[in-house]
Design a protein around this ligand. Structure first.
Ligand code: HEM
Length: 491
C-alpha cells in the first residue's frame, strides 16, 4: 500500500511531466506581457461579473500594451486592441473558430452560423449567404418602411409625456422586422404573443449567456441551479424556442397549402427549409439557424437605433445637422417612404451612425481561438489553443488612433479626410475578414430608414449627461442606467 507521501510525489511527477510536455506553449506565452493573476484562478476573480469586464480589460490594456496574455482559471487567453494584430487574426485561416466562451451561445440560442466550428461553418455560410444578397435586401425596404410607420404611431403617444425609455418600442419594431424579413412572419398578427414577456425572455437569455461566457462553470445546469441562475433562463430558452418553432411550422403548413413555387426562394427561412427538403440541413439546423438569425438581427439593430438617438439627444447640435439633411430630402413631415437611393443621399447620417457604433460598439468584445500557432505582425507568436478576445470597445476609443477626443461623440471623426488615413481595422463594429457579420448591409439600411423617419418627425432630448454613461458587456453592449428621452413633434 502506497503512503500519502508517495501519492503526493507521484502527483508532482505527473504535474511536472505535464508542464514539460507543454514547455513550448509556456515559453511562448511568457513572452507576451499581461497580468497573470493568482495560481489556479488567473484573472477569473476580476472577470466573473459582467459589469466589470470592460473596465478590467481597459485597465490591463492601459498597463500592459495592446496585445496581452492572461488566464481565466485554466483557460489561456489573449486580449487585443491593436488594428494590425486584429487584421492578422480576422484574416488568418487558423483563427476562424469562435472562442470557447461561445459554448454559452450554443447552450442559449443553438449551434448555428454564430458559433459553428469550421469546416461546418463555411458550408453553412456559403449556403445561407444568398439570403443577404443586395437584391434580397432591396426587397425588404417595404417592410422597413411599413414597420417604422407603426413605430411612428407609438412615438406620437410619447409626445409631451416627459422622459421615457424608448428601447422597448425599438426592440419590438426590430423583432417585427427581423421575423418578417428572415422568417416571412408578422409577429404583430399573433394575438397570443405576449411581447413584453418575450422581450424579458430575450434579455434573460442574453444576460445568462454573458454570465456563462465569463464564468464557464455556469454552462453546467446543476451549477446554474446551485447559483439560482437556471430557473428563469430555462423557461426563457424554452419559450423562445417555442416561438421560433411555431413560425417554422406555420410556414411549412402554408407551403403545403399554396405550394412553394410562388415564394422568394432567397428569403432566409425559405432557403433553410429548402436545404432541409434536399437533405442538406436537419430540422435542428433550421431551428438553430432561425433562432440565431432573429437573435442576431433584432437586438443589435434596436440597440444601435436607441443608442444613436440617446447620443443625438446629448449632442443636439449634431441632431440638428442630421435633421437639416433629412428635411432637404423630405420637406413634408409625416409618414415618408424612404428608398434605397434616399439612404445613399444621407451622408451626414452615415457619419452619425458610424460615430455612434464607434463610441458604443453594439458588440463590444468578440472571441476566436487559434487552431495553429499564429505569428502576429508585431512578432508575438500566439500558440495553438489560446482564446483570443478582440476588444472592439477599447480599439474604438484608442487615443492613439482617434486622437485626444477619442472618448467623445463627434461625427467628424468620420469625415473622409480624417477617416481615410485610419488603419482599415481601426473601425470594426461588424468585424471584418473571414468571419464578419452576415447581416451588416441589412443592418445599415434598416437602421438608416428608421433613424431618418424618426429624426424627420421628432426632436429628442434628455437630461442625462454623456459623461455619466456606464457601459456593461452583455454580448451586446448595455448601459448600467439607460437614459430616458423626451419626444417633441417636428412639423
Ligand atoms: C447594428 C447591427 C449589427 C451589428 C453591430 C452586428 C455585429 C456583429 C458582429 C460583431 C459579429 C461577429 C461576432 C463574432 O465574431 O463573434 C456578427 C456576426 C453575425 N451577425 Fe451581426 N450585427 C448586426 C446586425 C445583424 C443582422 C441584422 C443580422 C441578420 C439579419 C446579423 C446576423 C449575424 C450572424 C448570423 C452572425 C454570425 C456570422 C458568422 O459567424 O458567419 N447581424 N454581427
Amino acid at each position: 500500500m502506497l503512503t500519502w507521501q508517495l501519492w503526493i510525489t507521484l502527483l508532482f511527477i505527473l504535474w511536472f511531466y505535464f508542464l514539460w510536455t507543454r514547455r513550448r506553449f509556456y515559453l511562448l506565452t511568457l513572452k507576451i506581457p499581461g497580468p497573470l493573476g493568482y495560481p489556479i484562478l488567473g484573472m477569473a476573480h476580476k472577470l466573473y461579473r459582467r459589469e466589470n469586464v470592460l473596465r478590467e480589460f481597459g485597465i490591463y490594456l492601459e498597463k500592459h500594451g495592446t496585445t496581452i496574455f492572461s488566464w481565466l482559471g485554466p483557460i489561456p487567453f489573449v486580449i487585443v486592441s491593436d488594428p494590425q494584430v486584429i487584421q492578422d487574426i480576422f484574416t488568418s485561416p487558423h483563427c476562424v473558430n469562435k472562442g470557447l466562451i461561445y459554448k454559452a451561445v450554443d447552450d442559449g440560442a443553438g449551434l448555428g452560423l454564430f458559433s459553428l466550428p469550421d469546416p461546418r461553418w463555411s458550408v453553412h455560410r456559403k449556403l445561407l449567404n444568398p439570403a443577404f444578397g443586395h437584391k434580397v435586401l432591396l426587397s425588404f425596404l417595404p417592410v422597413f418602411n411599413n414597420e417604422t410607420r407603426f413605430l411612428l404611431k407609438q412615438m406620437d403617444t410619447l409626445v409631451g409625456e416627459g422622459e421615457k425609455d424608448i428601447i422597448p418600442l425599438l426592440q419590438f419594431l426590430t423583432l417585427s422586422i427581423a421575423t418578417q424579413t428572415t422568417m416571412g412572419s408578422d409577429v404583430k398578427l399573433d394575438e397570443n404573443l405576449n411581447n413584453s414577456k418575450l422581450m424579458e425572455d430575450y434579455q434573460c437569455l442574453l444576460e445568462t449567456m454573458t454570465d456563462m461566457c465569463f464564468s464557464p462553470w455556469l454552462i453546467n445546469k446543476t451549477v446554474r441551479q446551485v447559483f439560482g441562475k437556471d430557473e428563469h433562463y430555462s423557461v426563457a430558452k424554452t419559450e423562445i424556442r417555442e416561438f421560433i418553432r411555431k413560425i417554422i411550422e406555420k410556414k411549412m403548413a402554408r407551403d403545403s397549402e399554396i405550394g412553394t413555387q410562388s415564394q422568394d426562394k432567397n428569403i432566409f427561412l425559405n432557403l433553410a427549409v429548402d436545404l432541409m427538403r434536399r437533405g442538406t440541413f436537419t430540422w435542428e439546423n433550421v431551428e438553430d439557424e432561425s433562432n440565431l438569425i432573429v437573435f442576431g438581427a433584432f437586438e443589435t439593430t434596436a440597440n444601435t437605433v436607441a443608442y444613436t438617438l440617446i447620443l443625438l439627444s446629448m449632442f443636439p447640435q449634431y441632431q440638428e445637422k442630421a435633421f437639416e439633411e433629412i428635411v432637404a430630402l423630405f420637406p413634408e413631415s409625416g409618414d415618408l417612404d424612404v428608398t434605397y437611393a434616399d439612404t445613399q443621399e444621407m451622408v451626414y447620417l452615415d457619419l452619425i451612425l458610424n460615430e455612434s457604433m464607434r463610441v458604443m460598439p453594439p458588440v463590444p468584445v468578440v472571441s476566436r481561438q487559434t487552431s495553429q500557432d499564429l505569428l502576429l505582425t508585431n512578432g508575438i507568436v500566439v500558440p495553438k489553443g489560446v482564446q483570443i478576445a478582440i476588444d472592439i470597445f477599447h480599439l474604438h476609443r484608442s487615443k492613439k488612433i482617434w486622437g485626444e477626443d477619442a472618448e467623445i461623440f463627434n461625427p467628424e471623426h468620420f469625415l473622409p479626410h480624417y477617416f481615410q488615413e485610419k488603419h482599415p481595422y481601426a473601425y470594426i463594429p461588424f468585424t471584418k475578414g473571414i468571419r464578419n457579420c452576415i447581416g451588416w448591409k441589412y443592418a445599415l439600411i434598416s437602421i438608416k430608414v428608421t433613424l431618418a423617419k424618426l429624426i424627420r418627425n421628432y426632436r429628442f432630448s434628455t437630461s442625462f449627461k454623456f459623461e455619466d454613461l456606464v457601459f456593461i458587456e452583455d454580448i451586446t453592449i448595455k448601459l448600467k442606467k439607460v437614459p430616458q428621452l423626451e419626444v417633441h413633434r417636428r412639423l
